[in-house]
Design a protein around this ligand. Structure first.
Ligand SMILES: O=C(O)CCC(=O)C(=O)O
Ligand SMILES: [Mn+2]
Length: 198
């Protein structure tokens, strides 16, 4: 697995047909709670309507898109906002931790256990064929679910405050991923997926 150099602290998660690795805490000079509070406050959160099978739905979470290029998914065109100083700082830390570069970030705000993200692959053409996507989480712990497209095998693990998950190789081609609703009474979670848009 040449993607993950041994000295980054990234722990590979063995999985067929793709590459995954986890870092328990992204090294930063700011406490996680402060990153969380500032992201919540400084982000231009939007509640977007998407069209699925011709029907309009409000997404079950809030989102924001920052970086250098606009992005289209589920018929929704997201105009990029310039990265804030905090997002630039997080991007630099994520680049150092993963040895890859990113020019855009999608932020998701799961307000409580009712918010979720449907099973999907990050396979938009502008991400390229084997995208490296770095996913940073703050706040409440949520279960990340992966399902293999062909075998339907499911892999689940928790993503907790400060965790950095790296998805790479053929993962997006062969697997779906998402976050289910939960009946547990939980607080908000913020997730940032750093991407490289060509
Ligand atoms: O919230 C998460 O952990 C997943 C986010 C995600 O899959 C995405 O933004 O594409
Ligand atoms: Mn995704």
């Amino acid at each position: 697995m040449d993607l993950f150099s041994p000295d980054t602290g990234l722990q590979p998660i063995p999985i067929e047909d793709g590459e995954l690795a986890l870092l328990s805490r992204l090294p930063l000079p700011i406490p996680n709670a402060e990153v969380f509070a500032r992201l919540l406050r400084e982000t231009a959160w939007r509640h977007e309507t998407i069209v699925v099978y011709g029907k309009r739905h409000l997404q079950p979470r809030l989102t924001a898109w920052y970086g250098e290029a606009s992005y289209t998914y589920s018929g929704l065109r997201l105009e990029a906002l310039p990265m804030t100083p905090l997002l630039e700082q997080l991007r630099s830390a994520v680049e150092a931790a993963t040895g890859h570069r990113y020019n855009s970030v999608l932020l998701n705000h799961y307000r409580d256990g009712d918010d979720s993200m449907g099973m999907h692959s990050d396979d938009e053409p502008e991400l390229g064929p084997r995208p490296v996507i770095a996913s940073l989480s703050y706040g409440a712990t949520r279960t990340f679910i992966l399902r293999h497209k062909r075998s339907k095998r499911t892999v689940k693990f928790d993503l907790a405050d400060g965790n950095l998950l790296l998805m790479a190789g053929a993962l997006q081609q062969h697997w779906l991923h998402g976050i289910n609703k939960t009946a547990k009474p939980i607080g908000p979670r913020l997730n940032l997926t750093f991407r490289y848009i060509a």
